[in-house]
Design a protein around this ligand. Structure first.
Ligand code: NAP
Length: 252
């Protein structure tokens, strides 16, 4: 089976690793190309957009893809929409893989907001020391609230034009350990953490650290989830194994 994995996530890499050495599958991992030096994928890979849903449908046909896995990030809404449309156009089975969202536990001081503009507004009018962990593409609302002291953490440095005035940059790639997150919040005297509700363990340590210190977390809630999604790489691999077994029974 030719398998296309739409990635850029821990889950996509785990699925790819799970297919290495399994002669039933020829996987290709697709990355958007946003990160300058992505971790080397364990399987053949491609990088960059397809040119919308129609472009992705063309790719599925041209490469005789038998199964499409949408293992993109919970906040990567456009590519997930494109996957649904393209899979329907090309008649290719699609499975979405979506890690569960984080849920507040006793001791958490979360302020839930629907989007990045609301997150910036939730910081208030009084200057605060803010750890911004929202990636590098959605900084504009914070640039419009320049009275806060921002520490912006992202994999690659954000373009200078997007940064809030006076913001400092911390380039780092997860996973982040809880003890290191605690040390960072203390050393930087962080008063509020802003994050998307990405879910997963790789970047969850900051939530536990914030809880320990009584630090507020402004949590940007998720967009609606794709239908019928499975929660992890193991479930996605089980789906692929099932499809391979069915194809074998049919003598394909
Ligand atoms: P997006 O807004 O949903 O997608 C924008 C466009 O980028 C898509 O229409 C597609 O271009 C291209 N694209 C996205 N993912 C792709 C992939 N895996 N392979 C090939 N093309 C892809 O996505 P985004 O939020 O910018 O995220 C970009 C990538 O970063 C995703 O792969 C996602 O898994 C990863 N990521 C995102 C976040 C986040 O917070 N959004 C966090 C961590 C990782 P065409 O229309 O030209 O095909």
């Amino acid at each position: 089976m030719n398998v296309l994995i739409l990635g850029g996530t821990t889950e996509a890499s785990a699925i790819a690793r799970g297919l290495v050495g399994d002669a039933r599958f020829r996987p290709v991992l697709s990355l958007a190309g946003r990160t300058r030096a992505p971790a080397p994928p364990p399987v053949p890979w491609r990088s960059g957009g397809f040119g919308g849903a129609a472009g992705l449908a063309d790719y599925l046909g041209e490469h005789a893809v038998d199964a499409l896995l949408d293992a993109t990030h919970p906040f990567a809404v456009q590519i997930s929409r494109n996957a649904v449309t393209a899979a329907a156009l090309a008649g290719v089975p699609l499975l979405a893989v979506l890690r569960p969202a984080w849920a507040a536990v006793p001791g958490d001081r979360w302020t839930a907001v629907p989007d990045m503009t609301a997150a910036a507004a939730a910081l208030g009018r009084a200057p605060r020391r803010v750890l911004l962990t929202v990636g590098q593409q959605e900084l504009a609302p914070f640039a419009a609230a320049p009275w806060h002291d921002y520490l912006v953490r992202s994999v690659d440095p954000p373009p200078a034009g997007l940064l809030p005035q006076g913001a400092r940059i911390l380039t780092a790639r997860g996973p982040f350990r809880e003890a290191d997150e605690l040390a960072l919040l203390v050393a930087e005297r962080i008063e509020v953490v802003v994050t998307k509700n990405s879910g997963g363990t790789a970047t969850g340590g900051k939530l536990a650290a914030a809880r320990t210190l009584g630090v507020e977390v402004v949590m940007v809630e998720r967009p609606p989830s794709p239908a019928g999604a499975v929660p992890d790489a193991a479930a996605a691999l089980a789906w692929l194994h099932q499809r391979a077994a069915s194809a074998c029974e049919r003598g394909e």
